[in-house]
Design a protein around this ligand. Structure first.
Ligand SMILES: [Zn+2]
Length: 357
């Protein structure tokens, strides 16, 4: 009996991961070595005004000393027009690699501009406030979607823990909030699998969940905020980026707590940091999931991340509104908020019971 006809083709699952990840004090000096190894001779640094002083200028010097031609462009926002401007510069200067040096905005602009110009992208974060520093996704304003878009996975991530430990601690605490929120985001993914028949990748889900657990366990240590203790967070952020690359989407890292954060971004005049909002969202979503929400809250408290509306600087009324509207932002993403449709009254009760308002 021939089995040729019964052979079914399995769908191709492509996983793009960084080739080099450097974590440690002083690793910025290795950036020229990485560029040389990968064959890049012409680079464009995408950075902000402050981050230029923090690490951009040094990056340029290190590359120039090693004979790598390097120019820079300063960006002030993560608007689609800015991405267009950076793309033009990259094409005009015929670079091979875009190096994003800074926080969310600079990294995201460099990432999408690199993807759109078929160039490589290297991520050099100066803060550890969210997992986008190691993922293939970018958050850009001015697009029809309010959440992240697929860009390109960094070919290398250079995380100098000395630089990151010197950044304002608020960013590090926010990064912990983003990682801790994976406890509820993975639960949302599992729920979507059970109730909505979606694919669930156990490996990607477990990796994101483990990162969340490890940060909660290391809360006391992270609070010390040294180049050594910040490593736990940096490795957790890398793992989150890898989990998204394995899943092929933001699914393991972005569920109901992230929808709550996106919702706050829309309705707040002055939103807090992404990771801060996700952490507070995770406290409430954990309660909806029947998880140990007190543990999430207590871990955030130990770290010094916000756990209440007043910590976020957002009025209670906007928290309630954001909870009710969260699922509307992305109806295709099944979460606990799809199952439990919050109305004004139930949203207020949830926020009050968890001490958020
Ligand atoms: Zn996030």
């Amino acid at each position: 009996m021939s089995c040729n006809n019964s052979v079914k083709s399995t769908p191709v699952h492509r996983i793009d991961l960084p080739r080099s990840v450097l974590v440690g004090r002083g690793v910025l000096t290795s950036i020229s070595e990485i560029c040389r190894e990968l064959g890049y001779r012409k680079a464009l640094i995408v950075t902000g005004k402050n981050t230029w002083k923090v690490a951009g200028e040094r990056t340029q010097q290190i590359l120039a000393n090693d004979g790598i031609h390097c120019t820079r462009t300063i960006v002030g926002d993560a608007q689609l027009e800015t991405v267009g401007r950076v793309m033009e510069e990259a094409q005009k200067k015929q670079v091979q690699v875009l190096i994003g040096v800074g926080g969310g905005r600079n990294i995201d602009v460099a990432k999408l501009a690199a993807a759109n110009t078929q160039n490589a992208f290297i991520s050099v974060p100066t803060v550890a406030s969210h997992d986008g520093i190691a993922s293939s996704l970018a958050s850009i304003k001015g697009m029809e979607r309010l959440y992240t878009v697929k860009a390109i996975s960094p070919v290398a991530v250079v995380m100098d823990s000395g630089i990151i430990a010197s950044s304002p601690y608020r960013f590090t605490a926010a990064g912990c909030g983003d990682v801790i929120s994976k406890a509820t985001e993975v639960e949302d993914w599992k729920l979507a699998h059970i109730e909505n028949g979606e694919y669930y990748g156990a490996y990607a889900g477990s990796l994101a969940l483990m990162s969340s657990q490890l940060i909660m366990e290391s809360a006391m240590k992270i609070k010390e905020n040294t180049a050594e203790t910040v490593r736990d967070l940096l490795e957790a952020l890398i793992s989150c980026g890898v989990s998204m690359s394995i899943a092929g989407s933001s699914r393991p890292c972005s569920g109901s707590a992230h929808l709550f954060s996106h919702s706050l971004d829309l309705i707040s005049d002055k939103p807090a940091l992404h990771g801060e909002q996700c952490g507070v969202g995770a406290i409430m979503m954990a309660k909806l999931h029947g998880l140990n929400w007190e543990r999430i809250r207590d871990s955030l408290k130990v770290i010094g991340a916000p756990t209440t509306a007043s910590h976020l600087g957002i009025p209670s009324e906007k928290i309630i509104k954001a909870l009710v509207q969260a699922q509307v932002i992305r109806p295709d993403r099944y979460t606990i908020l799809t199952k439990i449709r919050l109305n004004r009254a139930s949203a207020e009760t949830l926020a009050k019971e968890t001490g958020v308002i």
